[in-house]
Design a protein around this ligand. Structure first.
Ligand code: ADP
Ligand code: MG
Length: 337
C-alpha cells in the first residue's frame, strides 16, 4: 500500500440513487457509506445489477435521467462535495481531478475522429498547455499496455479491437494526471492473461503517481491481485468492506462467502467451488424491508425479514448482517492470514 499525502481521500456518505421506473422511483444505491483511503486501490465487486456502475457515476456526479441522486455526499479532498458541483466546475473536475473509464467505454469513442485527435480535444478542453507532453505520455501509457502508441493514436476506433479500445479508455482516464481514478469494468473485453497484465500496470501507475483508485469488476479473483481494500455490493448496499486479504481470507458477510466460494482460485479447492444459488434482485424485486440478501442467505433468521441490518464495525472492517451481531469474529483461513 502506498500512503502518500498527495493522494486525495474520498468519502461517500449516505448515498442514495434512484431510477424512475413504471413502479415509481426505486433505489439502485441505498444509503451507501464508503471511504477510499488516500493512496489505496479499492475494488468493488458484486453481481450484475448490484449498483456498482451507479455508484461509480455518482463519484463524478454523472447519473443521468431517468436516474437521480436522491441523497448523500461525495467528498473528495481538494474538490469538496462533488454532488454540489455543476456546470463548468464539474466539467473541469471530470478528467482532470477524477479520471474515469465508464462501463463499456470501449464503445464511447468518437467514430469519426482518430484517437490522437480525441486525446488533443481532451487536452484542449482542459487547457493543457503542453500538448506535446500529453501525446508523449499517452504513447508511453499505450506502450506499457503492450501497444504501438503512435499507431494507436493514428487509428480510428473501428481499426481497434475491443481489448485495444479498452486500453485506450484507460489511457484517456490517466492522460490528464487525475489523482482520483475510477475504472468501471476496465478490462472485461480482454482475455484473462491480458486482464491480469493490465491490472498490474494500473497498479504500477497508481503507485508511481500516488493515486486513489476505485476499480469495479465482477471478477473477484482478478481484483484480489491488485486491490488494497474490497467493497462488496448487493442490492444497492455495500454489505462488506475492509482490507482485501482480510475480506477474502475471512469473509464476514454470507454474500461475500458465497462469491468467494464460487471461485476455485480463491476457495483453494476446485472440487469445493460452487456457484452461489439463486439470482440477484432487480430494482423491481428488491425487498422493501428487511435484509436485501435474505432470499439467498444460508444464515437467515427471523429478524432478517423485517429489519435492515446495520453495519457492524470490527477493526478496519464493516459488514451488514444480523448474524454477525450474534456471533463471534469470523474464522480466518490460514492461507490469507
Ligand atoms: N438507466 C436506468 N434506468 C433504470 N434502471 C437502471 C438504469 N441503470 C441501471 N438501472 C438499474 O439499477 C440497478 C443497478 O444497476 P448498475 O448500477 O448498472 O449495477 P451494476 O453495475 O452492479 O451491474 C439495476 O437493477 C439496473 O437494472
Ligand atoms: Mg456495471
Amino acid at each position: 500500500m502506498t500512503t502518500d499525502s498527495t493522494a486525495p481521500g474520498v468519502r461517500i456518505r449516505d448515498l442514495t440513487v434512484v431510477y424512475k421506473t413504471p413502479a415509481g422511483e426505486l433505489p439502485a444505491v441505498s444509503g451507501v457509506d464508503l471511504t477510499l483511503t488516500p493512496g489505496t486501490i479499492t475494488g468493488i465487486v458484486g453481481e450484475s445489477g448490484s449498483g456498482k456502475s451507479t455508484l461509480a457515476l455518482s463519484l463524478l456526479n454523472a447519473v443521468q435521467p431517468p436516474g437521480r441522486i436522491a441523497k448523500g455526499s461525495v467528498e473528495i479532498d481538494g474538490l469538496g462535495d462533488v454532488l454540489t458541483l455543476g456546470g463548468e466546475d464539474l466539467r473541469r473536475a471530470r478528467g482532470r481531478q477524477v479520471g474515469y473509464v465508464f462501463q463499456a467505454a470501449q464503445n464511447s469513442l468518437n467514430p469519426l475522429k482518430s484517437i490522437g485527435k480525441q486525446l488533443l480535444d481532451l487536452g484542449r478542453s482542459h487547457d493543457v498547455a503542453d500538448l506535446r507532453a500529453l501525446v508523449r505520455d499517452a504513447k508511453d501509457l499505450l506502450a506499457r499496455m503492450g501497444m504501438d502508441g503512435a499507431r494507436v493514436l493514428d487509428s480510428h476506433q473501428h481499426e481497434l479491437s475491443g481489448g485495444m479500445r479498452q486500453r485506450v479508455g484507460i489511457m484517456l482516464a490517466l492522460a490528464l494526471n487525475a489523482k482520483v481514478v475510477v475504472l468501471d469494468e476496465p478490462t472485461t473485453a480482454l482475455d484473462m492473461i491480458t486482464q491480469a497484465t493490465i491490472l498490474r500496470i494500473i497498479r504500477e501507475i497508481h503507485e508511481e503517481r500516488s493515486l486513489t483508485t476505485l476499480i469495479i469488476t465482477h471478477d473477484v479473483g482478478a481484483v484480489a491481485e491488485v486491490a488494497d481494500d474490497l467493497a462488496v455490493m448487493y442490492g444497492g448496499r455495500v454489505v462488506e468492506h475492509g482490507p482485501i486479504n482480510e475480506v477474502i481470507g475471512a469473509p464476514a458477510h454470507p454474500y461475500t462467502r458465497g462469491l468467494i466460494r464460487a471461485i476455485p482460485r480463491l476457495s483453494g479447492d476446485i472440487s469445493l467451488a460452487r456457484a452461489l444459488p439463486g439470482r440477484p434482485p432487480t430494482l423491481g424485486t428488491l425487498p422493501v424491508a428487511g435484509c436485501v440478501f435474505r432470499e439467498r442467505c444460508d444464515t437467515r433468521m427471523e429478524v432478517c425479514e423485517t429489519a435492515e441490518p446495520a453495519a457492524v464495525v470490527r477493526g478496519g472492517r464493516t459488514a451488514a448482517c444480523h448474524a454477525l451481531e450474534h456471533s463471534p469474529a469470523p474464522v480466518r483461513r490460514k492461507e490469507y492470514a
